[in-house]
Design a protein around this ligand. Structure first.
Ligand code: ATP
Length: 606
């Protein structure tokens, strides 16, 4: 397919905002996309060349190199390209414009426009060139990247140049997420929006939307319905709701439940085969290299040909056998010194689920069945254990176990349904799992994870530094980010330095199309970074757009006295706390206040 068709669709997608119109544009695009190219089209729409978990290189083209490539391709001096970029803030538009003008001092008159006699760029050609750019490494790779990129821009029509440049910059400026792509795939290939359910389920079991689209295009919906998890392709994790009332928690799961330690470490989805072990993080990055000791320990503990298990990797003290604070796991991120870090920070993995074994998809089995299989397949050793749990029927049992868990270094407990409905809901947050954490003394009982959408410069000592963040929650219905609060406390001086530099990298010259905000920050940023924040309480606010009109007309939800806790590098922006969850937290807070108007929270600290 001609790349220009995709470029024109991207142009349209950038100009519309209604979800229906976006979906329709995508449907039209998918309908004319040949099936050999659908995988590539989906990746390009996602702004990537392959799923992140493959751990393959990124494009690695710095702004300067991109400017040089545009200059070479258009015969316009680098200084001029740079000046135009500074003026407009959109390098894609600059490239597009320069492709339409005649270079000073000769050059073919509008030689590349329309491309009449020239061969047209195809999606495959563009994709393959981008892959070559990403995978070029070692000596001479910078020149190679430059050559390929300038040749590509040279061959491109103006609108194609705009999108090639934007893609390389990592800023497509379109208003769609995976949800909209799945809707469109359902209509284009599955007959109607009803097919979305099956596409989503397949995507949840194999987190590769390009691959799912290709399977759908080649084999149809029936094939997709029977898809199972596969070794090496991560499953999107099941997530928990939160609550603080043991009695209500038990009611929500039907009276009886597994209550498990909620370990405080790093979530790990471990793919085991006789020849290889791979570990994926909460956000599905391949983190195998950080945990050679876990790989070893798992090898010695699983008796099956292939299995996918889930657990939490926790730092622990081999001398005392006690768990240690999760923060020290950070040393495991240093790639070069992993063997040193392994000694300094020994870890243990506590397994709590099994999703697949020897060709069998277990995600549709109920939790007690999965636990039974887990206990059969896993033989605990020094570094591998099954998560500690009880079957609880009364709030008192639950509370007692919760206090025990905390005194043993856990963060709280997970209350899990063991009913007939208790399947593994990959990629979904629901009431089959409920988290019950310890921070119940403050009014705001749990921290929230919010997305940075803008920033403000500080004053006085902080002048020149981006020291206050504008944060947003995720509205998963509309696939947009809506503001919740500004946060300017909790940062160390060191953090402020780092943050300013990082935010400047992410700065954009106008509000991102996926952001809804009435507040105008000094600097808009692309919604990519997630910050964990806690405050005194949740409040209603007319200034913020998160859940506006849901709790009271004209007001949204906000946080009073918010404080930055830490960055959540392990979360994607869509994993941020949703506006719906904030509403639920607010309602629970109100209820608690109504029940105990003058008393502090009833559940005491251990
Ligand atoms: P979420 O993952 O729900 O978006 P979060 O990343 O802030 O939120 P938490 O609120 O700490 O995480 O709770 C969920 C996490 O608890 C899981 O992702 C998992 O890493 C961890 N966990 C620890 N023990 C268990 C357990 N027994 N069962 C399930 N998850 C557990």
């Amino acid at each position: 397919m001609e790349f220009e068709i995709l470029a024109k669709a991207l142009d349209e997608l950038g100009r519309i905002s209604s979800r229906i119109a976006l979906t329709n544009t995508l449907v039209d695009l998918f309908k004319i996309t040949p099936r050999e190219e659908i995988r590539k089209v989906v990746y390009l729409l996602q702004g990537r060349l392959w799923p992140d978990w493959k751990g393959l290189p990124e494009l690695g083209v710095a702004e300067k190199l991109l400017i040089k490539a545009i200059s070479m391709a258009t015969n316009i001096r680098e200084e001029e390209v740079d000046a135009r970029f500074k003026e407009s803030g959109d390098l894609g538009k600059v490239a597009e414009y320069l492709k339409t003008v005649k270079p000073k001092g000769g050059g073919g008159l509008l030689q590349f426009i329309g491309g009449g006699e020239k061969e047209k760029l195809t999606v495959t050609k563009v994709y393959e060139s981008l892959v070559k750019i990403a995978t070029a490494e070692g000596e001479g790779s910078r020149d190679l990247k430059l050559r390929i990129l300038s040749a590509l821009i040279k061959e491109a029509t103006p609108i194609e140049a705009r999108y090639i440049v934007r893609f390389v910059e990592g800023r497509l400026r379109i208003n769609i997420g995976d949800a909209t792509i799945m809707d469109a795939l359902a209509i284009a290939y599955g007959g109607s929006k009803n097919a979305r359910l099956f596409i989503e389920r397949a995507y949840n079991l194999r987190a590769d939307l390009g691959d799912i689209a290709e399977q759908l295009a080649y084999h149809g919906l029936e094939y997709l319905k029977n898809i199972t998890p596969t070794f090496g392709i991560p499953i999107r994790p099941m997530l928990a709701e939160r609550h603080r009332d043991p009695k209500e928690m038990l009611e929500k799961v039907g009276g009886r439940a597994y209550v498990e330690y909620k370990y405080d470490g790093e979530r790990a989805q471990i793919h085991y085969s006789e020849n290889e072990v791979q570990i994926f993080s909460r956000r599905l990055e391949n983190i195998t290299h950080q945990y050679p000791d876990v790989v070893e320990a798992i090898r010695g503990s699983i008796s099956a040909k292939e299995a996918i298990v889930e657990g939490e990797i926790v730092p622990f003290d081999p001398d005392s056998g006690e768990m240690r604070p999760f923060q020290i796991l950070m040393t495991r991120k240093r790639k070069h010194e992993i063997h040193k870090a392994m000694k300094e920070v020994p870890v243990k993995v506590f397994l709590f689920d099994i999703l697949y074994v020897d060709g069998k998809d277990l995600t549709n089995e109920i939790l007690p069945k999965r636990r039974e299989i887990l206990e059969k397949v896993v033989k605990p050793n020094e570094r591998v254990e099954i998560a500690k749990y009880i079957v609880a029927e009364t709030p008192e049992e639950l509370e007692k176990f919760f206090l025990e868990a905390i005194s043993n270094g856990a963060e709280g407990v997970m209350v899990k349904s063991i009913s007939e409905k208790s399947i593994y809901q990959a990629g979904n947050r629901g009431w089959l799992w409920i988290k019950y954490k310890r921070d119940y003394k403050s009014e705001m009982t749990d921290s929230v994870d919010l997305v940075v959408v803008g920033a403000f410069y500080g004053k006085g000592k902080r002048a020149g530094k981006l020291s206050t963040l504008l944060l947003a929650g995720y509205d998963d219905n509309e696939d947009v980010y809506r503001t919740v609060c500004k946060v300017g406390t909790g940062f160390t001086d060191e953090e402020l330095e780092r943050m300013t530099a990082e935010l400047k990298e992410l700065a954009i010259d106008h509000k991102d199309p996926m952001v809804e905000s009435d507040i105008e920050p000094d600097v808009w940023v692309r919604p990519t970074k997630v910050a964990e924040v806690i405050g005194a309480e949740l409040t209603l606010s007319p200034l913020h757009s998160c859940a506006r009109d849901t709790l009271a007309p004209g007001t949204g939800i906000s946080i009073r006295f918010p404080r930055f806790i830490r960055w959540r590098e392990d979360k994607n922006p869509e994993d941020a706390t949703t506006c719906k969850e904030l509403v639920e937290m607010y309602r629970q807070q109100l209820k608690k206040l109504e029940e105990e108007p003058t008393e502090p929270a009833e559940t005491g600290e251990p």
